[in-house]
Ligand binder design. Structure first.
Ligand SMILES: *Cc1c(COP(=O)(O)O)cnc(C)c1O
Length: 496
């Protein structure tokens, strides 16, 4: 097997093995780690079609994480994709309304972040061991809701790690907050900030990059790391389910060997759809990568014009995990379509920081023909949930509905009838109120748990354990601090 090394999208800082890239998260020059080439699948998709999710994961990850031994990788995979998921299939598919919904929400926190964050802790602790890191790893996370809980669930009680999550006290949904503040595990710490998400994010960055603090931490046996979606240890595990779902379609005779499929992804930070792009480049016959945005349609405009422009109003939507104006993982695509050119990419990113926009060249634009950008309004999103449920009894959440709405528009516009997979990124129970509103049953007088009861009656889908278990769970984290006191809170938790 050919060794794969990683370099930064912004500069020639030397190539490093996967384990180091995972430990660091972000490159020192602010770039993202990218593989120097994208490896090809070694088994045919027909052969892969007889493998379990775990064995498929091994087939994919061994090609990227070439400095991990087979034993190490299998250890990580087995501990990640186990009974934390409510189905042995891990990522099952459901056919409805003329498409296959790839359900990525059967993990501990009922959103697709679990697909990568359930394995990242194991990849990270294994990487630490391989690189003789003796310190305990302290994961610092600022969250607007989904990532925080998935990271907490992933790192809870993982030996050699601690995790501290900061969230905006008045900026998350009631179910999201309850999920976080009831988190178990002696190594977990959840703190509310009097401020917004940006305050939490800036505070974390400041702590992260303080050289004095780093030295002091080191002397006490700690070092910081990140569970953000820019970590290559999150991207690679997401490639797995695109390989797995194509193979599954083959196995069930929904397609024949070599047939192409389309993939639709509800997109925010561009991590999930980039994983599909990597899967395509590994040999999965994907024709079109359909990038679905909500009203924050920066990416739609980018694919249409070649101009990325964040200078616009930020819109709050019913699909909050996609309310993003800077899609950080797009940087990896820019790097690749520039011809793996770090200097060119660095210039674009510099322009983005300074001016909030950049335009790519015609040549780069011509390399985007695999992508199709679309977006859905709030009304189209709600209508899609309602219509699909009325027609087929299949219930989707607001994020998935953005993708389904975009797919419907795409089909109408192009007449393309290629078999299509829609990435389904959250359980409808994670965004109960918005889903009930879409169905015309959002009762203002009821709280989110009561609405979950109603939704369950209506849909005959059981309330997931992730929601049931937090309803009466003990609150274990009730600290709320001023944003200026974040470093102090970290020191207090670590007892240093
Ligand atoms: C994070 C998230 C997304 C966006 O995924 P990206 O990889 O950031 O593009 C979509 N839906 C849900 C439910 C999410 O949690």
């Amino acid at each position: 097997m050919q060794e794969v090394l990683y370099s930064s999208t912004r500069g020639d800082i030397g190539r490093i093995p996967a384990s180091l890239a995972i430990l660091r998260g972000l490159a020192p020059d602010g770039g993202l780690y990218v593989p120097e080439f994208i490896p090809q699948l070694q088994k045919s998709l027909r052969e892969i079609s007889s493998l379990s999710y775990q064995d498929t994961a091994f087939e994919v990850m061994k090609l990227f994480f070439t400095d991990f031994s087979e034993e190490e990788l299998r250890y990580c995979i087995e501990h990640a994709y186990d009974s934390k998921f409510d189905t042995q299939e891990i990522a099952p598919m459901s056919e409805a309304g003329g498409a296959y919904f790839l359900e990525l929400y059967h993990g501990a926190t009922i959103a697709f972040k679990d697909m990568a964050l359930s394995i990242l802790p194991y990849l990270m602790t294994t990487s630490a061991k391989k690189n003789n890191v003796k310190n305990e790893i302290v994961i610092l996370t600022a969250t607007s809701g989904d990532t925080g809980k998935a990271a907490l669930a992933g790192f809870a009680d993982v030996p050699g790690t601690r995790i501290i999550v900061f969230y905006p006290k008045h900026g998350v949904s009631p179910i999201q907050e309850r999920q976080m503040v009831t988190q178990k595990g002696d190594n977990t710490c959840v703190i509310g900030i009097e401020g917004n998400f940006d305050d939490a994010q800036n505070g974390v960055k400041k702590i992260f990059t303080d050289p004095e603090l780093r030295k002091y931490m080191d002397s006490k046996g700690f070092q910081f790391s990140s569970a953000n979606s820019i970590n290559i240890g999150r991207l690679v595990p997401q490639i797995v389910y695109y390989v797995y779902s194509y193979a599954k379609l083959l196995k069930e005779n929904r397609i024949s060997d070599g047939d192409t499929i389309n993939v639709v992804v509800p997109t925010g930070n561009f991590g999930n759809i980039l994983a599909a792009y990597y899967a395509k480049n590994m040999g999965v016959p994907i024709a079109r990568l359909i990038c679905a945005s909500n009203s924050n349609k920066v990416l739609f405009d980018f694919f249409r014009t070649g101009e990325y422009d964040r200078n616009r109003e930020f819109v709050l939507t019913s699909s909050p995990s996609m309310d993003i104006l800077i899609s950080s993982n797009l940087e990896r695509l820019i790097y690749h379509i520039a011809g793996d050119d770090a200097r060119a990419n660095a210039a674009f990113m510099d322009k983005l920081t300074k001016e909030g926009s950049y335009g790519i060249t015609e040549e780069m634009k011509s390399r985007l023909s695999d992508f199709y950008g679309g977006y859905a309004t709030e009304e189209e999103t709600a209508d899609t949930i309602k219509k699909l449920f009325e027609d087929t009894d299949y219930l989707i959440d607001t994020h998935t509905a953005v993708a389904a709405a975009v797919y419907n528009k795409y089909k109408k516009e192009t007449g393309d009838s290629t078999v299509t997979i829609i990435a389904s990124t959250a359980s409808p129970y994670k965004f109960t109120r918005s889903v009930m509103n879409a169905l015309g049953k959002g009762d203002e007088g009821k709280d989110d748990f009561e609405l979950a009861d109603e939704l369950s009656k209506l849909s005959s889908v059981d309330i997931p354990d992730a929601v049931k278990s937090i309803r009466s769970a003990q609150i274990r984290h009730d600290k709320v601090i001023d944003r200026k006191d974040m470093e102090g809170a970290v020191r207090e938790f670590l007892n240093i």
